[in-house]
Design a protein around this ligand. Structure first.
Ligand code: HPA
Length: 276
């Protein structure tokens, strides 16, 4: 048997044991500074990554390392409070391991979130952006022998983010009077932030926001046919025309994400409550 699948199944079996066999409707990946959403999960079962077989420990700032299962919006969900990034030195197999495990746990939807720089001139710090598409400048996580148990060799990426979920979220935001932007998320490797020329280049090729995550998980989920909803919190204005004394600061990024986390949590909870 494929060793990667053995590892996925061992991690999933361990978590299943801790959840008393309950199946999860949705998986949620919480990005930098957005771990707070997990506080809204009722009757949580908190499983530190270090207890899960084959799980690496997240080293990124603003990321806790817990797998949390429980009820959100009346539905049973599993959430990753902290993700694994390529820039931490993890292989793409490890970066996507949690999504593979969630698939085995039975999730029918994947929600992803991140902190991102807004390269679109109209984007301001604190804006929330529905991800409608992405540009991947990270290695594709499906490179290597195809995991046939999970999906096809050449998966379709025509609708990486589910149009139905996007429509429902827009409706919820209108009702809640929360302004949303919508755009294209570009994933680079990091960990250095972009130069002004790179931000301008990304805008030119069609990106609205830039970050260092999310896309590997989305590709792994779409490989397995799981519908995805994604949202970015704009944590810095990455327009490429910086004042002379400007510096990009990771701590400021976390603070901006934290300030937006309540709004994002409310929207995710509302959308999850409509699913079945
Ligand atoms: N670039 C890359 N990743 C990021 C940024 C950025 O400007 N802001 C938050 N994550």
């Amino acid at each position: 048997m494929d060793e990667r699948v053995v590892r996925i199944n061992e991690a999933a079996e361990y978590i299943k044991g801790r959840l008393g066999g309950k199946t999860s409707l949705a998986g949620i990946v919480l990005g930098s500074g957005l771990g707070k959403l997990a506080d809204g999960i009722e009757d949580p079962v908190v499983i530190p990554y270090k207890e899960i077989p084959h799980f690496p420990v997240s080293t990124a700032v603003g990321h806790k390392g817990n797998f949390i299962a429980g009820t959100l919006g009346g539905k049973f969900v599993v959430a990753m409070q902290g993700r694994f990034h390529f820039y931490e030195g993890y292989s793409m197999e490890l970066v996507t391991l949690p999504v593979r495990v969630m698939k085995v746990l039975g999730i029918k939807y994947l929600f992803v979130s991140n902190a991102a720089g807004g390269v679109n001139f109209a984007f301001k710090v604190g804006d929330l952006m529905i991800i409608r598409d992405h540009i991947n400048l990270l290695p594709n996580p499906l490179i290597g022998k195809n995991m046939d148990d999970f999906g096809p060799r050449f998966p379709d990426m025509t609708r990486p983010y589910d149009p139905g979920l996007i429509g429902r979220m827009e409706e919820i935001a209108r009702r809640e009077k929360i302004q949303l932007k919508k755009g294209v998320y570009l994933a680079g490797t990091g960990p250095s932030y972009e130069t002004p020329a790179e931000y301008s280049f990304f805008r030119l090729i069609g990106a609205d926001a830039v970050g260092m995550s999310t896309v590997p998980e989305v590709i792994a989920a779409r490989h397995s046919g799981i519908p995805v909803f994604g949202m970015s919190v704009i944590t810095n204005e990455a327009h490429g025309d910086f004042p002379e004394d400007y510096v990009n600061d990771g701590e400021e990024v976390i603070k901006a994400a934290d300030a937006a986390a309540d709004r994002m949590s409310l929207l995710f909870t509302r959308l999850i409550s409509t699913l079945d």
